[in-house]
Design a protein around this ligand. Structure first.
Ligand SMILES: [Mg+2]
Length: 189
């Protein structure tokens, strides 16, 4: 089991227990099945100021409904998610993020809020743009210049999706987990 965590400043804002699949020149590949443990902080009213994170404790939950294969390409400021329901491929998701650390226990990233949804026919759209824009120039988030870089990373990945090149070339659309893999459980956080 590995942990995939999001940090905001010193605070973990999201933690997913995932099963390691492979780690090679394509990147770190992990499997997040329905039933796995995850935890997040709930913020009524959107992302709070950084010092308010501690007031919203991590809530432990169970991941439901969809299974996800997640690729962290080496050195990339994004991860690519393959969504499945009962073995059927539903589409991709590009989570824009910065890698803080790779370590034996998993991977820690800073989520950039802005995401891209890519349908199975490879049409795509931005997601959570308003959330992303609202955090520009806030302490603990991103500057105007960093926001432009984040968006540029998204545009590069979207162009790959349009062109149908890896990882949007059909790779792992038929992915099946080994039935012997245990459900990843969250450790005490
Ligand atoms: Mg995101």
């Amino acid at each position: 089991m590995l942990l995939r965590r999001y940090f905001r400043g010193p605070y973990v804002s999201w933690a997913q227990a995932v099963h390691p699949v492979s780690d090679d020149e394509r990147g770190l590949l992990v499997w997040l099945p329905a039933g796995a443990g995850f935890a997040y902080r709930l913020y009524p009213g959107g992302a709070p100021a950084i010092e308010e994170y501690a007031a919203a404790p991590l809530q432990r939950r169970t991941w439901v409904d969809r299974d996800v294969l997640i690729l962290h390409p080496p050195g990339a400021a994004h991860s690519v998610w393959w969504f499945f329901r009962e073995g059927a491929f539903l589409g991709w998701y590009v989570n824009l993020e910065a890698v803080l650390a790779r370590h034996p226990g998993g991977i820690d990233v800073v989520d950039h809020h802005l995401d891209i949804v890519v349908d199975p026919d490879r049409t795509w759209r931005w997601k959570d743009e308003a959330d992303f824009e609202a955090c520009i120039d806030r302490p603990g988030f991103w500057t105007t210049a960093e926001a432009a870089q984040i968006r540029a990373e998204g545009s590069r990945v979207a162009a790959r999706a349009e062109a149908g090149v890896f990882p949007f070339d059909g790779t792992w659309r038929d992915f099946r987990p080994d039935p012997a893999w245990p459900l990843p459980q969250l450790p005490p956080l």
